[in-house]
Design a protein around this ligand. Structure first.
Ligand code: TPP
Ligand code: MG
Length: 585
């Protein structure tokens, strides 16, 4: 505790508790009102501080760091509109259950609402997006005040880590002058040792986690259902825990269920047994005959609902019993058709069910696996070695280029959809992340850089050109990051995704381009130059491994919005053709 004055005492006691509760990373934006906390964070040896000027980018950087590490990251900014810039990332953290601790400095109550400057109403600014809001208040550095700050720090981190759902927490902290650490004699009047120093080496109040171990009843009951199913499937959507791979692969093997694995489930790629992984489900389920031939009677979904529209429609159309495994207490069920949501640890469920079913191991899901093989062979033939760079071919090539330990952060819009449709299953032990809570195209550059920084993993960010433009200032954070961060800019000069929508046909070409296509002619080379970053333009997909190996920089990949839709349709049609012999068999 720093007794220089009341503010330093309260701020340092607060930060002491954060550090003792396990906080290791804070992202701070410059400002005066936040000085007591900024200095306390900066001086805490356990906490690494990253300084980012733009609060919107800072919040996305923290979001990426927290998502990739699974640990809460603190954000600190000054009062006023600065705080409001956190809002998009807070929405994403809420929807994606990412632990963030948002600390907004504020003016004290007597300076609010009177035109005192740089003051807005910060109370509950983020509405229902935060797990907990607390107006921490103004306090003396007495026993009561110091214990309050210590206690709020412990509680805030526990709430961010999840009780039971992780997410953002907002603490509003007003400070009176002096904001700088100037000495004020007699400012600390506390005498209780607990208020003055807390507990040596551990938090004032340690908080245990909610136990998610499944009951034997749940394991027995569901194992029986799984054993009874004749056409079950496992849907693996976005989730971050690589520990789920082995037990889920085991469950697939003994149950004879395929795993329809979104890349961000971490199940599509990795060193685990991928014998039951179906990567091409999006293309396969576009074929109505195939979709009808694999109507499921039981669906076990781990992680979020994948993006694929054909998958969603196929699931909605079936009468299967749909079981959602969602440990976090959210309502992760956009179809409104689930028959149960199981609140238990996913790895323990998968392992427990697999163990119970082991004795009656079933045959492999031949129809699915044959279709997967046919689809992958068709994609390989159509895309591997393709002369021209196309968006599907790029994702195929990226799949071959990702290495063990890599982190891949993929933008909403077409990159995440193409990755889902075209990335083949492979052995690379990479971590696939995205901001699919709100599907925003904002903050992607910052999120990816934050994730790289927090994990030290070589990182590949996949973004569209408008995605880059949206968070171009996020590139500034690269100056403090030593890990390689390759930013692949899929440059189709505008919003390629909109060409897949009915608006493309119903609006006139000019209107479509003005309102949706929105070509902005962003010159990736000049963007790189502004931040003094290496830039290279990819002329052939065979150069991709070399471009990635070159380390931090922007890799520009030019594609064409105009021909992209037709290329997608051609690939889907050739996959359907490849399925014809299977249907006849
Ligand atoms: C913050 C935010 N603003 C607007 C949108 C709507 N939107 C979805 S995709 C898209 C275009 C993205 O273009 P680009 O990043 O170049 O990717 P492409 O579609 O070309 O793959 C827009 C504006 C959004 N999802 N998020
Ligand atoms: Mg684009």
């Amino acid at each position: 505790m720093d007794p220089t004055n009341a503010n330093t005492a309260l701020a340092s006691a607060f930060v002491e508790e954060l550090a003792r509760s396990g906080l290791r990373h804070a992202v701070v934006s410059p400002g005066s009102r936040s000085t007591p906390l900024a200095v306390a964070l900066w001086r805490a040896p356990e906490i690494e501080v990253t300084v980012i000027v733009d609060e919107r980018s800072a919040a996305f950087f923290a979001l990426g760091a927290a998502q990739a590490s699974g640990e809460p990251v603190a954000l600190l900014c000054t009062s006023g509109s600065a705080v409001a810039n956190y809002h998009p990332a807070i929405c994403e953290a809420d929807e994606s259950a990412v632990p963030l601790l948002v600390l907004s400095a504020d003016r004290p109550p007597e300076l609010r609402g009177i035109g005192a400057g740089q003051t807005i109403d910060q109370i509950k600014l983020f509405g229902s997006s935060v797990r907990w809001f607390c107006e921490v208040g103004t306090h003396e550095a007495d026993d009561h005040g110091l214990l309050h700050y210590r206690s709020v720090a412990c509680r805030a981190l526990a709430a961010a880590r999840g009780e039971t759902r992780p997410g953002p927490v907002h603490l509003n902290l007003p400070w009176r002058e002096p904001l700088a650490p100037v000495a004020v004699a007699g400012a600390v009047s506390a005498s209780d040792p607990l208020a003055l120093a807390g507990r040596e080496g551990r938090p004032l109040t340690a908080v245990t986690r909610v136990d998610l171990e499944p009951s034997p009843f749940l394991l027995d009951e569901m194992a029986a259902h799984i054993g009874d199913a004749i056409a079950g499937v496992i849907v693996a959507g976005r989730q971050l825990d690589p520990e789920l791979r082995e037990p889920l692969a085991h469950l697939a093997r003994v149950s004879g269920f395929p795993i329809l694995a979104d890349p961000t489930s971490q199940l599509r790629c990795g060193p685990h047994d991928r014998s039951h992984v179906v990567a091409a489900y999006d293309l396969l389920l576009r074929d109505e005959r195939f979709a009808r031939s694999v109507v499921p009677d039981l669906v076990l979904r781990f992680g979020e609902m994948p993006t694929s529209k054909p998958l969603r429609a196929w699931l909605a159309a079936s009468d299967a019993s749909k079981i959602v495994i969602d440990p976090f207490g959210g309502w992760n069920e956009p179809s409104n058709r689930a028959s149960a949501i199981l609140r238990a640890d996913p790895t323990e469920l998968a392992a427990g069910w697999a163990a119970r079913l082991e004795k009656e191991e079933r045959g492999a899901p031949e129809r699915w696996l044959a279709a997967e093989m046919a689809a992958q062979a068709t994609l390989e033939e159509g895309l591997n070695g393709a002369e021209a760079i196309s968006e599907p071919a790029l994702h195929r090539a990226l799949g071959r280029a990702h290495g063990d330990g890599d982190l891949v952060y993929t933008a909403s819009s077409m990159p995440i959809r193409d990755q889902e449709a075209f990335l083949a299953s492979g052995s690379a032990d990479a971590l696939f992340l995205s901001n699919r809570g709100t599907n925003g195209i904002d903050g992607l550059v910052s999120s990816g850089i934050g994730a790289a920084h927090a994990t030290g993993r070589p990182t590949t960010i996949l973004t569209g050109d408008l995605g880059l433009l949206h968070d171009i200032g996020g590139l500034a954070a690269l100056r403090d990051v030593s890990t390689p961060v390759r930013i692949v800019v899929i440059d189709n000069d505008g919003g390629g995704i909109f060409h897949f929508l009915p608006q493309e046909g119903t609006l006139g070409g000019e209107e479509f381009e003005a309102l949706l296509g929105t070509p902005r002619g962003v010159d990736t080379a000049k963007a790189a130059a502004l931040f003094d970053l290496p830039h290279r333009r990819l002329e052939s997909l065979t150069d991709l491994p070399e471009a990635l190996a070159a380390g931090t920089g922007l890799i520009e990949v030019k594609t064409d919005r105009g021909t992209n839709v037709a290329a997608h349709r051609r690939l889907a049609a050739s996959v359907q053709e490849a399925l014809v012999p299977l249907a006849d068999a």
